[in-house]
Design a binder for this molecule. Sequence first.
Ligand SMILES: Cc1ncc(COP(=O)(O)O)c(C=O)c1O
Length: 381
Amino acid sequence: MARSTPRLSPRTVFSRANGDGVRAYFEDHGASRYSFYGYGKVACRDGIDVMLAECPDADNVVLPAYLPYGIVEPFREAGLEPRYYTCDRRLQPDLNRIEELLDSGTLAVMFVHYFGQPQAREDIGAIRELAAEYGAYTIDDNAHAALSTLDGQLLGTFGDIGITSLHKTLPIPNGAALFLDNDDLSGAALARSAVRDRYTKADYRYCGRAFGRSVSRQPVFKQALSTLRWVSARSRRTNGHVHQNDIEEDPREIYESTKIPMSRLSLHVLERTDPIDVIASRRANYRVWDRTIRDLDGIEPVFESLTPGACPQYYPAIVEAPDDLGTLSGTAKPWPPLPYEVRGDETFATENDLSTRLHTLPVHQGLGTDEMEVLVCLAND
Ligand SMILES: Cc1ncc(COP(=O)(O)O)c(C=O)c1O
């Protein structure tokens, strides 16, 4: 079974900051006002408050129905009614439905770039226009792929506000950003933005788990690792931290568990990451899946092609009979756990169907040619 996210390497941690890193990449691709957070949901919560400061009477928000249930929580916490629009099987928004849902109480319309592939420019433009007609803002949710760009501009910066989840692309314990792209919105109230100024036990535990085998054989680390394992076991017993992959957690609990600052280790890794290498590896691995999947029966790609500038989070494919995935079942994961209001509702037939059939295949930068070959053999089995 392949990991779905990359593992942090000692080489990254112990290398020097190279001056480029993720921040420079953000700034080179049009992100001028942004702040760091532990998680995208909390970044979104601050963004909501920034918009509410201008429109305090707003009472609803227009969201895509094809969404994991946890991301709806910040809107509920802010007292906004979520209204859902549909998409098609290529994950393109239903613009007519968006217009039907908008009214004078709408704070914002959110659009999502799924799995790191940008929505079409025309659709982004149309959503912005519709929102503006009703005096609403737009939220560009680029949680999935922090390094993706469209025509040279960073995804996440196409709305009045936007978010990205760095921890979904990079081997870091947590990390996200809120982008403000409307000069009329004041960033004065970004109350939840924070980066820890020191390393915590959680950072050491994360390294301990990531370095595992390679380092554990070095005598100098043996003592340190045994301490980390002890601390890790004790903390699992005492604080019951919510892991996002667990099945059917309470979305409210998921959200509560994300109200933490970005870790110091995450910042350290951002400063030592070469975005260009990450993008190249992910795109190469995506192409391997694309060649493989297009030759298989009973499984079809979601996207026609890999958009220039996209740094894919996963390779998404629609599986006709998920129970027959065979050897790939440990690697291909269904996505997402839909919001409760959307589940089983006929209006959202496409979303409900996709949430059982759409599976994600890993493309991350930690997968080398050998591992990809093994995965492709499994798929062909
Ligand atoms: C589309 C989308 N937006 C936002 C989020 C929230 O991101 P985070 O896990 O960083 O809070 C997720 C999480 O999976 C997501 O899939």
